[in-house]
Write a protein that binds this ligand. Structure first.
Ligand SMILES: [Zn+2]
Length: 433
């Protein structure tokens, strides 16, 4: 990320060498002015954009007045974090922010801070036997913000409050003195960011939300409870025409606690088919309940059916969440003869007499759009129900009638549908549970 930024600066400096007023910063927008580095708010500045000015004049960005987004957060990969042993999703928005000092030496340079944070992570994982560094974020006295468990995973910092708070560790020992101004500003901007909706990923529109006036919301797409510190007419508004198509949030295998597959077969890209299933059995309308079901499906497919892994590519709950099965890149075991040519999406529940709720249907559609935008599914794909391709009632009468109204649904011309057996599990006959 930083490398990309440096390249961008280099290119733009060759065009607009003399000031930075036309430069659009990724986080702060067009707020930069050539001012003395010591006066730079929050130490947010870029070199090279005010080249004709004296050395101590830099392009400084105003992070408080024209606050446009979240401050730059240094990703885990940039401090060489060890992968977490496990992760549990944090339900947001949370009602508490918990602030700590790390009671370790403070740090000024990125290099020093990385050493500190790595030491803290090692201590938390090896000595305390936690699954990851405890804090959600760490902040240094140089004003840098480092990602710990981040916004989306429950931390380990305060017993009884972890699932209801974001824990922020201020790097240093502050029993005798206050944190400095840079650290305080960074803390404030991080909390402001968390209190807005910029870290929230909308299932359909992704991370495009901003706290703006409801009357200015594009297409009136807003969520009401994510900008709570703002005036009442300010809501979290989503842009449905984001420049790049956004993919919905997908609950990863590690998030739902999947077992490792016995083996995997790589999947081609630009697949010609999407096959819709239902799992039969009960529905789930809460993430925790859906996760219990996911584990049940996987155990059944692996232990009773003897398959390599859970059969479907993805599952969707009536909680609106999408759960990763074999994902985009591995061949599934869900539709006899079509596994290596299709993404199999199964909605959790039985949809014979009633179709899935709107949350689930929207997520299925968003997932297909996402697959197309990323090149996994052909733009000219054919949508089919499992019953079109095999003798089964799946995905249930009501759901089948629903998908038949979708644009890419094609009724089956049987002569064109000769099954292809490309991988061992293509022979598997899916029996939906
Ligand atoms: Zn099926």
């Amino acid at each position: 990320m930083l490398l990309t930024l440096i390249i961008v600066i280099f290119i733009s400096s060759s065009i607009t060498a003399d000031s930075c007023e036309s430069f659009v910063h990724g986080d702060y927008g067009r707020t930069g002015q050539c001012i003395k580095i010591s006066a730079c708010l929050n130490n947010v500045y870029l070199p090279k954009l005010c080249e004709s000015k004296p050395m101590d004049v830099m392009c400084c960005f105003n992070t408080t007045i024209s606050y446009k987004g979240c401050p730059t957060i240094i990703h885990r990969a940039r401090w060489n974090a060890i992968n977490p042993k496990e992760q549990t999703s944090l339900a947001t928005p949370v009602p508490f922010v918990a602030i700590y000092d790390t009671v370790s030496p403070s740090c000024r340079t990125h290099h020093e801070c990385v050493k500190q944070i790595q030491g803290i992570q090692k201590y938390h994982m090896k000595e305390k036997n936690w699954s990851d560094i405890g804090y959600n974020f760490l902040i240094s006295e140089s004003g840098l913000i480092y990602e710990g468990r981040g916004w989306n995973y429950i931390g380990a910092h305060r017993q009884g409050y972890n699932s209801r708070s974001i824990g922020i560790g201020m790097i240093g020992n502050y029993s005798l003195r206050k944190i400095n101004k840079s650290a305080a500003n960074a803390l404030e901007s991080l909390i402001q960011c968390g209190d807005s909706c910029e870290s929230y990923a909308h299932p359909t529109y992704g991370k495009t939300g901003r706290c703006i006036k409801t009357s200015d919301c594009p297409n009136s797409l807003y969520i009401s409870n994510l900008c709570e510190s703002q005036p009442v007419d300010i809501k979290c508004c989503f842009s449905p025409s984001a420049p790049t198509p956004n993919c919905p949030n997908i609950v990863s295998r590690s998030e739902w606690g999947a077992r490792a597959p016995k083996s995997t077969t790589g999947m081609a890209k630009s697949l010609p088919y999407v096959v819709i299933h239902h799992t039969t059995g009960g529905t789930c309308t809460a993430k925790s309940a859906c996760i219990v079901k996911m584990k049940g499906f996987q155990n059944y497919h692996m232990d009773s059916n003897g398959w390599d892994d859970i059969g479907y590519s993805f599952l969707v709950g009536e909680d609106g969440n999408i759960y990763e099965g074999r994902g985009w890149t591995y061949v599934g075991a869900h539709t006899y003869g079509y596994n290596s040519q299709s993404i199999g999406i199964s909605v959790i529940g039985d949809y014979m007499s009633q179709k899935p709720n709107a949350a689930a249907i929207n997520s299925v559609k968003a997932l297909i759009e996402c697959g197309i935008s990323r090149g996994y599914i052909s733009r000219a794909y054919t949508l089919r129900g499992h019953r079109d391709l095999d003798s089964t009632s799946c995905p249930g009468n009501a759901f089948y009638n629903e998908i038949k109204t979708w644009t890419n649904y094609r009724s089956l011309v049987r002569s064109n549908a000769s099954p292809q057996f490309n991988v061992p599990e293509d022979y598997l006959v899916m029996q939906d549970m």
